[in-house]
Design a protein around this ligand. Sequence first.
Ligand SMILES: [Ca+2]
Ligand SMILES: [Ca+2]
Ligand SMILES: [Ca+2]
Length: 278
Amino acid sequence: MELWSISATGSFEFDALADSLYTVVATAPGYGTLTIAGIRVENGTSQNVLFEFTGGSNESAMPDQPWATPLIDGTLEDDWNEIYNDGGHVGLWNLVNMDYDSLHVSWDEDSLYLAASGNFAGTYNSLNLYIDADYGEGTGLSDLSLINGEDDYATVVNRLNKLVNFDAVPDFGAEFATSTWGHVDLALSSLAPDGTTVALGRGAIAASADALELSIPWSVLYPGLGGDGVVPPYAQIAVFALIGSNSNSAMSDDSLPIVDDLNAPDSVVVIPIDEDGQ
Ligand SMILES: [Ca+2]
Ligand SMILES: [Ca+2]
Ligand SMILES: [Ca+2]
């Protein structure tokens, strides 16, 4: 048997079959089994037999390519993949008071890893990241004003910015967020569509004067899939990052990605996780 293709549309060729009647049984992950009987091979003639899988679909897939397992320690090593760079854009709060440069991603079979680089030496502001686990579905929180919390910097939830509405990016809705303070007070929270937050105990997060690094296990990102490093077919993650202040009611105009209107961003950084659906 010669394997010609295993793509969405492909073919198999069986060579040198003796004259006979054949039955072919075919399966595809997530679909039913097809049995085609009565295929007659006679006098060396060739036959085309069409398999058409219908109904059903894959429920889970593997991330396309495990890249690396970065050390989450606040130092950006060279095993990250840069996915967005703001081209040297400096916000109105200038470099002394925190400024993002770039966003980086990696993953392995266990976790998704995200990092931001920049000038994070200032101690009066916070690094906010909003993470959409299923970009394209429009699920999650899109109006950050719904997040509960006081207008101060005492907790992650209080620091999460409340000024941004993602209505202009209808595919985006955040399921997770973090907000740092002083490079030490930082944690990941889940976000519900109504603004409810829950602190997450799993994953790692670290920050320094020039990098923020974090990990989220796939099992936390996609609890409905039961773990084991699986993701939804064609999964895309999206991220929006901003510099917040010592209250949740002010922010720098230096974000990832850079947008015209920080209160109503019209773009986010989209990260394809699975492109082959399996
Ligand atoms: Ca590191
Ligand atoms: Ca910048
Ligand atoms: Ca979402």
